[in-house]
Ligand binder design. Structure first.
Ligand code: AMP
Ligand code: ZN
Ligand code: ZN
Length: 398
């Protein structure tokens, strides 16, 4: 009898152990959809042959870093998850959310989505993050089980080594879902432009890290069990200082406030001046478009949130709208409408959960959250914008 119980326990625990898949979700910031075709990323090429590659990966609007990383991990558009820009203001309290400010980025009240690591933890899946926007919240239960706090200069190989160390933990402590993040392609392309040799250097550098990760995995017993998904949050386009519209010159004498600048700007003003400001900006439209928040076409999915200002300006691709001297000059930027192909990123996936040698069209980044839920066999939140029907076909048959 005792023996039978022991056997049963071993069997049950074996089943449990065997059941949880592994996923490493990697973000290459600003890796544009067409960079893999420059012939300088052999590791991505191998992933394409052995796994899934999408022609492009559609971001949410605005095509900025924080809104999109949070869309990928929650399955929601920024208008619903609340991280509407890298920098924005709560008009009721005047409080500010800002990418570089560790106090606001760790404050859970700004984050209205449920990140996949929250869903996973609730369902008994251990999670970890070697950097991801939204992973450092002060509320313990809203974070992954293990986190590293963002450090821009942390050496890249050290990040990969950290992931491998997590995977070497004993089973019950080992995270089964891990995120990893690298900025190089975004940083270099802002500075030198997407067509530059420097950006090509960053592409090669990030690609080689995939090889480094796989080598690390090979030294564990998990090489064949781990799924690797590589995505980017948005693409990149060439910009120049000459292609700038100065709206402060159009709005002299008006009492307005603005948020953003470059590809997108939000404008607020006293109620009695809003119509006039809107009409003026619209009548002078050149290289940008002017919208009332409530009239922004539906496909932007950028109207619902109360922190979105009443007037939204969207620059034409390659142009910038500014309300003063540009603070810094750059040769590349993003944030433009999500349907311009330059704003699209990459999606590659390889591992036991994915089809092999499967090329598909454009995937949407909000669909990654339900995809992850499907891989782990757990229920997604019902209030998401993502949809398994648009992405589930990349999974291998079960
Ligand atoms: P963007 O202005 O949209 O190009 O933002 C890109 C920048 O976001 C990167 O250069 C990083 O410095 C920053 N960043 C990315 N992830 C994080 C994070 N988890 N915490 C703080 N900053 C981050
Ligand atoms: Zn980014
Ligand atoms: Zn950027």
């Amino acid at each position: 009898m005792k023996k039978a119980i022991i056997f049963l326990l071993i069997f049950i625990s074996f089943e449990l152990f065997a059941e949880q898949p592994y996923v490493i979700l990697i973000s290459f910031d600003g890796f544009r959809w067409d960079y893999p075709d420059r012939g300088i990323s052999p590791e991505l090429k191998k992933m394409e042959e052995r796994g899934v590659r999408a022609i492009s990966f559609r971001p949410a609007f605005p095509s900025k870093t924080f809104p999109n990383h949070y869309s990928i991990i929650t399955g929601m558009f920024p208008e619903n998850h609340g991280i509407i820009m890298n920098y924005f203001r709560n008009p009721n309290t005047g409080e500010i959310y800002r990418l570089g400010d560790t106090v606001s980025v760790r404050d859970g009240k700004w984050y209205q989505g449920e990140a996949f690591w929250e869903t996973a933890r609730r369902n008994g899946v251990k999670t970890a993050s070697y950097f991801w926007p939204g992973s450092e919240l002060r509320q313990e239960e809203r974070r992954p089980d293990y986190i590293e706090k963002y450090e821009h200069k942390r050496p890249y190989r050290q990040r990969v080594d950290g992931v491998i160390e997590w995977l070497k933990l004993p089973w019950e402590k080992r995270p089964k879902f891990i995120t990893l993040y690298f900025d190089a392609t975004d940083s270099y392309a802002h500075r030198y432009g997407p067509e530059s040799e420097e950006t090509n250097f960053a592409i090669r550098q990030l690609d080689s890290l995939v090889g480094y990760l796989k080598k690390g995995l090979a030294a564990t017993s998990l090489a064949d069990s781990v799924n690797i998904i590589i995505v980017s949050d948005h693409g990149m386009t060439e910009v120049s200082d000459e292609k700038t519209v100065r709206i402060d010159n159009l709005l002299t004498g008006y009492d307005y406030e603005y948020t953003g600048g470059g590809p997108i700007m939000m404008i607020d003003a006293p109620k009695n001046e809003l119509d006039e400001i809107f009409n003026l900006l619209r009548s002078k439209e050149e290289h940008y478009r002017t919208y009332r928040k409530e009239n922004l076409p539906e496909w932007f999915n950028f109207s619902a949130h109360p922190f979105i200002s009443p007037i939204i300006l969207i620059a034409d691709i390659g142009w910038s709208v500014e309300a003063g001297e540009k603070r810094y000059s750059s040769l590349g930027n993003h944030g433009y409408e999500k349907d311009h192909i330059d704003m699209h990123g990459i999606f590659f996936a390889e591992g036991p959960s994915f089809r092999k040698g499967f090329k598909t069209g454009t995937l949407w980044n909000v669909d990654v959250y339900p995809l992850l839920c499907e891989i782990y066999g757990i229920s997604p939140r019902s209030n998401i914008d993502g949809c398994l029907e648009r992405i589930g076909f990349i999974l291998s048959e079960r």
